[in-house]
Design a protein around this ligand. Structure first.
Ligand code: NAP
Length: 290
């Protein structure tokens, strides 16, 4: 990598940021595409997200990703917000414009590209969505927008699922999201479901945890998609597979949310061949860890 007077800077703001894989995604893409661009993580202290955005603006930083805990907080500091990100209530990508940064949410489209790439359909599907946090809220929007038949949103805290359902159903103009308490999963209508695991349960190092332990639950799932990618295979995924379903982790979602951000910053289209090369590099990182 050659850094000179014309090198453009992109980065990630969040806290913590030490374990992020985003630099690998963006610096690999810059290398493949021959862009004079470098991507670095910035750990931002609590209460300083707006200052970080103002500083990035002054430095003419090309673009930023935003991660936990600033995806909503940062919105007040932006010049403009994409309507989809506004509806979701969270941004994960900032693009430099004349007057300041414009915020986008590429998590949702990233998940959609990852799912369609695996041949997973949302349209017309009966879906179980585990969780009602920031990520699950974006997934609920995605399912509503892409024509899911019904989404049963199971969350430990029922009120949070009810609040998301009210908002998404209002925006969609139909009662597509059905909020439920996770422990009431036995009340799910009979049938076969696509299940999207959007809680933080099962994240490394708590690899033996899963939000529903009861094995019968997994008999209802034909396909399980866990947003978690560390560990490579979560307990949720293992249980789905043990009951005959297909299971996927969230690494491709991470890959595509990054690729879409890169496309926005550089006004390019990343080919599937280049996406695959970045994915292989990410997989290599996990193989080295095992
Ligand atoms: P969040 O806003 O903090 O939400 C956490 C969710 O997990 C809530 O629904 C919460 O339920 C539930 N939860 C936490 N601990 C629980 C427990 N012990 N038992 C039952 N439920 C529990 O987090 P987030 O930002 O939505 O992220 C969720 C997951 O998605 C994380 O693992 C994150 O790594 C992953 N993610 C992946 C990608 C990707 O690119 N692959 C992108 C974004 C997020 P309550 O509401 O009851 O507290």
């Amino acid at each position: 990598m050659k850094i000179d007077g014309k090198t453009r800077i992109c980065g990630l703001i969040g806290n913590p940021v030490e374990h992020t894989l985003s630099p690998m995604i963006h610096n690999t893409l810059a290398g493949i595409l021959g862009h004079n661009l470098v991507y670095v993580p910035f750990c931002v202290e609590e209460g300083k997200a707006a200052e970080a955005v103002a500083g990035a603006e002054a430095l003419h930083i090309l673009g930023l990703n935003v991660t936990v805990p600033y995806k909503s907080e940062v919105m007040a500091a932006l010049e403009e917000i994409d309507p989809l990100a506004q509806a979701i209530g969270a941004v994960n990508t900032l693009v430099g414009t004349e007057g300041g940064f414009k915020g986008y949410n590429t998590d949702m489209e990233g998940l959609y590209r990852a799912m369609t790439g695996e041949g997973i359909r949302i349209e017309g599907e009966q879906i179980i969505l585990l969780g009602a946090g920031g990520a699950a809220r974006a997934v609920a929007y995605l399912c509503a927008v892409k024509g899911a038949a019904k989404v049963y949103m199971l969350n430990r805290t029922l009120e949070k699922a009810q609040a998301v359902a009210q908002e998404v159903n209002g925006a969609a103009g139909r009662e597509v999201i059905v909020p439920m308490e996770t422990k009431a999963y036995a009340d799910l209508p009979d049938g076969q479901y696509l299940a999207i695991q959007g809680t933080s349960v099962g994240l490394w190092p708590h690899t033996e945890d899963t939000v529903v332990a009861e094995e019968n639950f997994y008999k209802k799932i034909h396909t399980g998609f866990d947003l978690i990618y560390s560990p490579w295979e979560t307990k949720f995924m293992r249980l789905v597979k043990a009951h005959g379903g297909q299971a996927y982790n969230g690494l491709k979602m991470l890959l595509y949310q990054g690729i879409i951000a890169y496309e926005l910053w550089n006004d390019v289209q990343v080919s599937e061949k280049d996406a695959k090369a970045v994915y292989e590099k990410l997989c290599g990182h996990f193989r080295r860890q095992e």
